[in-house]
Design a protein. Sequence first.
Length: 466
Amino acid sequence: MTTSFMLVQFIPIIVLYTVFWVTYWPLANYKNGMLFAVTLPEHAIEHPAIDEIRSRFRKQFIQWSVGLGVAVIPLAVMNIWDKLLPYSTIYFLMWIVMFILGMAVPSRRAFISTLSLKREQEWFVGKKNVVHSDLRVARLKNAKSAPLSLFAIPLAMSVGTLLMIMRDDEVYSGIAYTGIGVTLLFLLSSFYMRRAKAKVYSADSDINLSLNQARRRTLSYLMLLLAIVENVHFLLICLFLTDENSDMSGLWITITMLFSIAPVAILLMTYRRIRAREQEILEQDGKVIYSDDDEYWANGFTYHNPHDRALFVEKRVGVGLTINTGTLAGKIIAGGLIGILAGTIIVVSFLLIRSELTSPVLTLTADRQVEINYPMYNYDFPISAIEQLDLVDEVPIGVKTSGEATARASRGKFSLSGLGSTRLYIYKNNPPYIRIKLSNTYIFFNDQDPEQTKRIYEQLKNSLQQ
């Protein structure tokens, strides 16, 4: 099993399991007036039916966890068996979708059962389906938030990374542009967090103001910190890709992986601190306001309230904000995200299957043109443009700039150590390879049959000598 596939597939699987267990397993505990994201009075927890729902949830959650874990075994087999390796990414993407949908099933069923029991027993808490507001808090809620102008710091970092990488190796500029995009995304998130409605905790306006300002101040600086951390992450990735010392690859991979996990850890710890502080203050307050709006929380984690104009509201399950699909903008955003996810899976699957079933073809035409035919990466040039032609047993290490790269084959544009911009049309670990040097690029080509590769090389060599 290759190290790259371990990093790309199995570490994300571990992260997914960790996130879902941390998020969903505690739903069976009565906390902040809620059980399975349903608001309940404290005495309701003693009802025998609640114990049955809890027991059923925990049993189903463990069953889904084990079942999806067993479903990882074929993925491990695919990573070991070379003939199945190209399909492992397709299986991995399908597994992720199945995992996200499947692990939500137990909590969804528990939410529906708890809400049904609540209606049956009439355990309503506070005013039903009422949206509270505090006009004073709505006006002053962002007074202590981090200024948006501070995002100039991570933005300057991302631009600096872009300028550095374009000076050293322009092929990696896409990574730096991604850093700029991520910074703007955090800036946009911080902007919309400020526009989200203020939360009414209590009949005491001072407590509402204090908690709202504290929450927004913490989250605004959190987003700024995450933007800075991610820009350091992208800088490290660029340094790793431009470092030609292969002995350091293990260290670079470890560092970049730590920076991948750090934002999740920071996010979870920050939200835990916020909620602990809110709970501590509200436990001492005798004027807590409860609003029973469970009807708007389908499944307990998706919010659909056409009577609420807020586009983003705080999640009941997990951390952060969720979209109000009861608004037109919310419907557009949710539909767009689903469309992007489905489109990505379809396109990636198509490219991987095509890569497996289609082979590049190199031909020499009657008018002495060399043509390499491969979907989206066709390339042709006159044979007189060849400056050097060799038959080699190795291809230098490098990274893909655009194209396809699996454990079996590499096709498209790459940047190789010591050569720079290169076009690859190769089956990996299948020497020999034809190396063609042009004035502006290198080309590596081979056939699945080594003898055919040698015949193509001889044909090119003879034609070049004529």
